[in-house]
Design a protein around this ligand. Structure first.
Ligand code: NAP
Length: 483
């Protein structure tokens, strides 16, 4: 017996689009994607700052079912990635299933089905919810005295104000994460003066990004097997070189990463005083590694200044640092990152027996294998809490997770059960193992980063990537309660 099933997918970003394509492929065509914005693309729709790009190779940062011969560069710009997702949506006819401009505000599991309500009051009842809401989407604004008094234009990097002219202005950028580094390199030539406010120096991995030629694109176009081969090789290279390296702080691969970052700093920054101010006092990849081929060059431009004195306050005219200096500014960019523990919140999610997600997650978010939460049957997350994050493709992570979710969905579709969620025991054991394994990772070697939760435990997958692949191959029956 095979059941008809209705699905809701929350979010039309990378993972939501993936879900729509894969459900359709499996013949499960009764679904709606709910998207709060008016376009697809998720993080690539929201982040439009100058220089936005992906530091994972474009031949890897794409769906395995939609490899792309047309990338203009080995590392694609945000615009190009956004256009890629729009193209996949068109080619797979996903758009007709998307409800744009309406945000899900509540999901409640009542009588074996999920009852959804949107901000506009629209209601839906589905068998399965796939939360594809992303991680880095709630901007974190710094708590700096006087920020609201700034007389120029101030905005978060993920809320870039494209009406503000940069030519000839005195710009300030707060932050030194991947975003700030890309912005710095992109705007330094245009602005009159750039002040980069660094609270913590970053290790920077070098990158080369010469454009693909027309000839190379023609070769990719004519040889799909070559694209597949490149995708597979890059996947293995990033698993071995990054994902497996960072989970073993003493590994030889970690040493290679550290050497590359140190050599990059030594060779790229000429002034020894500036070089020392740019030198981190913690290990490379403890924070998410910054990858850039032009940041060091940008910060050495005559109109660029690295400010390492602490920010005292913001004044109408600019930023006053702890040494008493007023850095006069017309534009202030807050490249200060995201609240990373929200996931689908503030949406209200109520599971079996009126269990409130807000209470279950009051301390911190958690889920078995980052996918399923006990007592929230048929509610599955992509790129949920404590999953693999790092310098590799989250598309690949989501594809593996989706395959696993389909294993759970199949048990419902086949009629074997109507409700399925991880057991508390499975989740507790997994969590205990995860916290223990995290001690060996480079993320715990002494830095502040968005990877760390409120206890200082990395909220990530702490094992090699092959173990993730193996775990995602099929759900273990004993880890699930099926009714
Ligand atoms: P981030 O890595 O969290 O960096 C935030 C920066 O703001 C840090 O340098 C932080 O300093 C600084 N900061 C925060 N509050 C501050 C305050 N009150 N005063 C001074 N400085 C303050 O954020 P992000 O750069 O937006 O990157 C977030 C993540 O997005 C990345 O780690 C990455 O996963 C993803 N991303 C990826 C790409 C890509 O190419 N794939 C590009 C951009 C972003 P501290 O270091 O001292 O905390």
């Amino acid at each position: 017996m095979s059941r008809d099933m209705r699905f809701a997918i929350i979010g039309a970003g990378m993972a939501g689009i993936l879900s729509a394509v894969k459900l359709t492929e499996a013949g499960l065509t009764d679904f709606t994607i709910y998207e709060k914005a008016d376009r697809v693309g998720g993080t690539w729709r929201e982040n439009t700052y100058p220089g936005v790009a992906c530091d994972v190779p474009s031949q890897l940062y794409c769906y395995s079912f939609a490899l792309n011969a047309e990338w203009t560069h080995p590392y694609a710009s945000g615009d190009e990635i956004e256009a890629y997702f729009e193209r996949v949506v068109r080619e797979h006819d996903v758009e007709r299933s998307i409800r744009f401009g309406d945000e899900i505000v509540s999901c409640a599991f009542v009588d074996g089905r999920w009852h959804l309500e949107t901000a506009s009051g629209h209601r839906d009842v589905v068998d399965v919810v796939i939360a594809a809401t992303g991680v880095l989407h709630h901007p974190s604004y710094p708590d700096i005295e006087g920020l609201e008094t700034f007389a120029g234009h101030a905005f978060h990097s993920a809320r870039w104000d494209h009406d503000v002219r940069l030519a000839g202005v005195r710009a300030g950028v707060i932050g030194t994460g991947s975003t700030a580094v890309q912005i710095t390199a992109a705007i330094v030539e245009e602005v009159e003066h750039l002040s980069l406010f660094q609270r913590t120096a970053q290790w920077v991995m070098p990158q080369e990004n010469p454009p693909y030629t027309d000839e190379m694109r023609a070769v990719f176009r004519d040889d799909p097997a070559l694209l597949e081969k490149i995708h597979g090789e890059l996947s293995q290279m990033f698993a071995d070189g990054f994902a497996n390296a960072v989970v073993d702080a003493d590994s030889p691969q970690m040493k290679m990463i550290e050497d590359m970052c140190r050599d990059n700093l030594e060779q790229s920054v000429i002034d020894p005083e500036l070089r020392e101010r740019l030198r981190p006092d913690y290990r490379a990849a403890c924070k998410r590694l910054v990858v850039s081929g032009d940041f060091y060059q940008a910060i050495q431009q005559p109109n660029a200044e690295l400010v390492t004195a602490g920010i005292e306050r913001v004044e109408p005219g600019g930023i006053r640092t702890s040494d008493g200096v007023l850095h006069e500014l017309d534009v202030l960019v807050l490249a200060t990152g995201f609240h990373v523990d929200s996931f689908m919140r503030p949406m209200s999610v109520v599971g079996r027996d009126a269990t409130q997600l807000a209470e279950v997650w009051a301390e911190r978010p958690n889920a078995y294998l980052s996918i399923s939460i006990p007592d929230f049957p048929n509610f599955f997350m992509l790129n949920g809490p404590n999953g693999p994050v790092g310098n590799f493709s989250l598309i690949e992570v989501a594809e593996l997770q989706f395959g696993y979710i389909m294993g759970l969905v199949e048990r419902i579709r086949s009629g074997e059960c109507r409700e399925i969620s991880a057991t508390s025991t499975a989740m507790e054991h997994h969590e205990a193992d995860r916290v223990e394994a995290a001690k060996k990772t480079v993320w715990t070697t002494g830095c502040r980063s968005w990877y760390l939760d409120d206890r200082g435990v990395p909220a990530t997958w702490p094992w090699p990537f092959d173990r993730f692949r193996a775990e995602m191959a099929a759900p273990k029956a004993e880890a699930y309660e099926a009714r």
